[in-house]
Design a protein around this ligand. Structure first.
Ligand SMILES: [Zn+2]
Ligand SMILES: [Zn+2]
Ligand SMILES: [Zn+2]
Length: 73
């Protein structure tokens, strides 16, 4: 029986990160994405309002949860 490509990742073995939607960055959890807290520059994101996505480690993609990285259904 021939292996079928995983329908979720299409055989790519990875899928776009659901947390950052592939951008590799998410809104800073400390300032909520504004870059400031009470008028002060947020020390976690240095005022950018963004931080590296912890879910994908900034890569923008994660191992496919359906095939677990095998690429096959
Ligand atoms: Zn991510
Ligand atoms: Zn921040
Ligand atoms: Zn897959």
């Amino acid at each position: 029986m021939a292996a079928t490509p995983c329908p979720l990742c299409n055989g790519d073995k990875t899928v776009k990160c659901p947390k950052c939607h592939g951008g590799g960055e998410i809104n800073c959890g400390k300032c909520g994405g504004t870059g400031f807290i009470d008028g002060e520059v947020c020390d976690r994101c240095k005022g950018t309002g963004q931080q590296t996505c912890f879910h994908c480690d900034g890569k923008g993609y994660v191992t496919c949860p359906r095939c677990n990285g095998s690429g096959e259904d």
